[in-house]
Design a protein around this ligand. Structure first.
Ligand code: SF4
Length: 349
């Protein structure tokens, strides 16, 4: 198979995308890795830390989510975390090499009462020299603009699945509301983090449909998280069948080919993946991970385990673009090595 010259496109058709999914596995991975090398250093992976700033009792009914107030998952409900605690967590994350700090709140949308605190968090994390990312649910145009002004770099709002399958998973928020929030985020000049989940009972056509929605946006999301369903007891999807690991890798590879300039993030579900599967994920073009003890409310592999895997694969963490000089990179790597055997992380709860 010849090396593919990749172009960034916004006109993907279902037939083309399904044809990619149906390629022999080795051909698909070769194509994805070839595209990846045209845009990225294949041995760098971006590292983010995720903190839940408000956990549980969400009014939405997302069937995969232990934070939904519609299901009894035994999760403690919390109020919005204090700004000082969030900033301490961000400082800790920076000290062990994270370049982006993502803050998630289980809300339908932020309330007027909570917005001033949220804005203070963005300003404070930004002042620490970290990239900032938030996921707060649906936004109004005014809220989006306020977040952008406070210095928010990324807004995460996942499409989750195809428009056709979406109604099987969520009934309390429409697909078009999600697209509207993404449009506000773009208009306000922020970067978009948006992806979806595999393993909810969706078909191959739905997986293709999700990627088409993302890739055919006027601009590709800068970050595309691909999650494996974490089956949590008490949620309606707790008994879903496992995804074939090779099908998950295929999803990453097709996402890489369709959105060649985006960071494809190996996201929730990484704890269930063995090291060989994670290595295959990087080969398929995944180049971003969450790093730390908590991925919102579900477990995440220990940070030192991640660092050992990086070392074994010759992968290095990606520095922030504006600090991508050798000195800064060396400092990050040193901090990671020095601290990997100590207690690294705050607790998000
Ligand atoms: S995924 Fe987000 S919006 Fe849906 S129930 Fe969970 S916290 Fe709420």
């Amino acid at each position: 198979m010849p090396m593919i010259a990749s172009v960034t496109r916004h006109d993907w058709t279902p037939a083309e995308v399904l044809a990619l999914f149906k390629l022999p596995f080795n051909d698909l991975l070769f194509q994805a890795q070839s595209v990846h090398r045209q845009y990225f250093d294949p041995n760098r992976v971006q590292v983010s830390t995720l903190l839940s700033i408000k956990t549980g009792a969400c009014p939405e009914d997302c069937k995969y989510c232990p934070q939904s107030g519609h299901y009894n998952t035994g999760l403690d409900k919390e109020k919005l975390m204090e700004v000082e605690k969030v900033l301490q967590a961000a400082a800790d994350a920076k000290a062990i090499g994270s370049t982006r700090f993502c803050m998630g709140a289980a809300w339908k949308h932020p309330s007027a009462k909570d917005m001033p605190y949220v804005l203070k968090m963005v300003e404070g994390v930004k002042a620490l020299g970290l990239e900032t990312c938030m996921t707060l649910g649906k936004l109004t145009q005014e809220q989006t603009e306020a977040l952008a002004q406070a210095g928010l770099d990324y807004y995460n709002h996942n499409l989750d699945t195809s428009p056709e399958f979406y109604g099987n998973i969520i009934t309390t928020r429409t697909y078009s509301e999600r697209l509207q929030t993404l449009a506000y985020v773009r208009d306000a000049g922020m970067k978009i983090c948006s992806g979806g989940i595999l393993g909810m009972g969706e078909s191959l056509e739905d997986r293709a449909g999700l990627l088409i929605q993302l890739a055919n946006l006027p601009e590709h999301p800068e970050s595309v998280p691909i999650n494996m369903l974490v089956k949590v007891k008490g949620t309606p999807l707790a008994e879903e069948e496992d995804v074939d690991p090779f099908d998950f890798i295929r999803m990453l590879a097709v996402a890489r080919i369709m959105m060649p300039e985006s960071h494809v993030r190996l996201s929730a579900g990484r704890e269930q993946m063995n090291e060989q599967m994670q290595a295959l994920a990087f080969l398929a073009g995944a180049n971003s991970i969450f790093y730390g003890e908590k991925l919102l409310t579900t477990g995440n592999p220990q940070a030192d385990k991640d660092m050992r895997l990086f070392e074994r694969l010759g992968i290095q963490p990606e520095a922030r673009e504006e600090h991508a000089d050798e000195v800064h990179q060396a400092a990050i790597e040193q901090a990671l090595i020095e601290q990997r055997d100590s207690k690294l992380f705050y607790s998000a709860v």
